[in-house]
Design a protein around this ligand. Structure first.
Ligand code: IMP
Ligand code: MG
Length: 176
């Protein structure tokens, strides 16, 4: 993937992203005050970058878990997902916060949310760094949103184009 950065327009700088995440961490800490068992579920791979920065800025004690899911290709209409990497431990009775990079159609998070709710957590919330609201196909509750972004393809800070670009430290978009 040559010249990827040359094709990008900066949407949010590294500094802006960190300020935004600090604000989000503060809100989340306030909401989980008193929670003894907060399980953070980082959705691989995209959300890895965001999750690490977010939890480092939080004061609430957390258990860090990862999950990897993929949508079945060609089934955008049903939104079924398969779990490629599942949690290590039970979330029954625990407070759970799903950390995802972006919500687009909403199919991925809807399916994941339904799966996790069936495991009987005490509570389940969702945080996303970016929300492409105009693309939404199914409504699901998202508790914390970093940025509402336009319907552009974003790259960097976890967002990829065919697996490249995740390590670009800012968020850019590809100019059409
Ligand atoms: P959805 O909400 O089920 O449609 O899918 C969200 C997933 O689509 C995310 O986890 C990303 O992997 C991917 N995605 C959506 N928009 C973008 C983008 O602009 N850049 C990179 N990946 C994206
Ligand atoms: Mg993803």
């Amino acid at each position: 993937m040559e010249n990827l950065e040359e094709r990008l327009k900066v949407l949010y700088t590294e500094e802006e992203i960190q300020i935004k995440i600090a604000e989000m961490a503060k809100l989340i800490d306030a909401d989980y005050k008193g929670s003894k068992e907060l399980v953070i579920i980082c959705i691989l791979k995209g959300a890895a970058f965001f999750t690490v920065d977010l939890v480092k800025k939080m004061k609430t004690p957390i258990i860090f878990e990862v999950m990897q899911v993929s949508s079945y290709s060609g089934t955008e209409s049903t939104g079924a997902i398969s779990i490629k990497k599942d949690l290590d431990a039970s979330i029954e009775g625990k407070d759970v916060l799903i950390v995802e990079d972006i919500i687009d159609t909403g199919y991925t998070l809807r399916a994941l949310r339904q799966d996790l709710l069936s495991r009987n957590p005490n509570s389940l919330k969702i945080v996303v760094l970016a929300d492409k609201k105009e693309r939404r196909k199914v409504e699901i509750p998202v508790d914390y949103v970093g940025y509402e972004i336009p319907n552009k393809f974003v790259v960097g800070y976890g967002f990829d184009v065919d697996e490249y670009g995740r390590n670009i430290p800012y968020i850019g978009y590809i100019e059409e």
